[in-house]
Design a protein around this ligand. Structure first.
Ligand code: 5GP
Length: 236
């Protein structure tokens, strides 16, 4: 397959294929945190995240969530539908951690009676600031029905994945999703991997996500692999 690089993100590269409706996403070993200030290559992360994302996207598709995922092409590459990305991040939080603790002075680990939903603007230069639906409408980042759809699907994903991780002895603390337009419809895009969510062991509260990298807890990819194994994913 002929492919040419069209976008290089912090951990993924996107290539155009011969088919103008499809792209190849390559998951690299690069890890970044604090808006790119902390950077490292973590052996095998690309491979694990590629297969992790494929597994989760397929589970979501089985449950009726429409995603951009088509198929895995190699250890580190998958074929996806080419989306026109909406420049917002949708975050759902089931437990207090990270940004919300700082912002609202909450104790880490507090369980929310109902999940919290937040929008952030995807803008590295601004450090992804929190925004609300009024900003999204005023600045035309998404239409009213798209906002409703992203919210609804992000909560549906929470129901599906909280159960999937719970069955593996893990708490889905929070996560970030991104959506994009394809032929007039919105699809779940980007990725779902331990890079974009928080996962804690239900009993010990041990950390199994990218906070291991952010906080220098060590053996980042080893912990991603353990999560993969616990949810029933065999790494090729
Ligand atoms: P927080 O707002 O606490 O930093 O992040 C909330 C959740 O969304 C965490 O699971 C975090 O990993 C994820 N998240 C938020 N922004 C980003 C981002 O720009 N990149 C990635 N990979 N994850 C993000």
């Amino acid at each position: 397959m002929k492919k040419s690089l069209i976008y290089q993100g912090k951990a993924k590269s996107v290539y155009q294929t011969d088919n103008s409706n499809e792209v190849v996403i390559e998951y690299r070993d690069d890890a970044t945190a604090f808006n790119g200030v902390k950077k490292e290559a973590l052996k095998d992360k690309g491979h694990v995240n590629n297969l992790f994302n494929a597994y989760i996207m397929q589970k979501l598709e089985e449950r009726g969530v429409k995603t951009h995922f088509i198929k895995v092409l190699s250890e580190t590459e998958s074929l996806m539908k080419k989306l026109q990305m909406i420049p917002v991040e949708c975050v759902v939080r089931n437990y207090a951690a990270g940004g919300i603790c700082k912002r609202l002075g909450l104790e880490k680990g507090m369980k929310f009676e109902r999940p919290v939903f937040e929008f952030f603007l995807k803008d590295d230069a601004l450090g992804d600031p929190m925004i609300n639906t009024s900003h999204i409408l005023t600045f035309n980042w998404a239409a009213p029905e798209e906002i409703k759809y992203m919210r609804k699907v992000t909560f549906t994903v929470n129901d599906i994945l909280s159960k999937l991780f719970d069955d593996a002895g893990l708490l889905l603390v929070d996560y970030k999703l991104e959506f994009g337009r394809f032929n007039g419809a919105l699809l779940l895009g980007d990725e779902f991997s331990p890079d974009g969510c928080r996962l804690w062991d239900k009993q010990t509260k041990d950390v199994f996500d990218k906070d291991r990298f952010r906080q220098d807890l060590g053996d980042v990819v080893g912990h991603y692999k353990t999560v993969a194994k616990r949810i029933g994913l065999t790494l090729i």
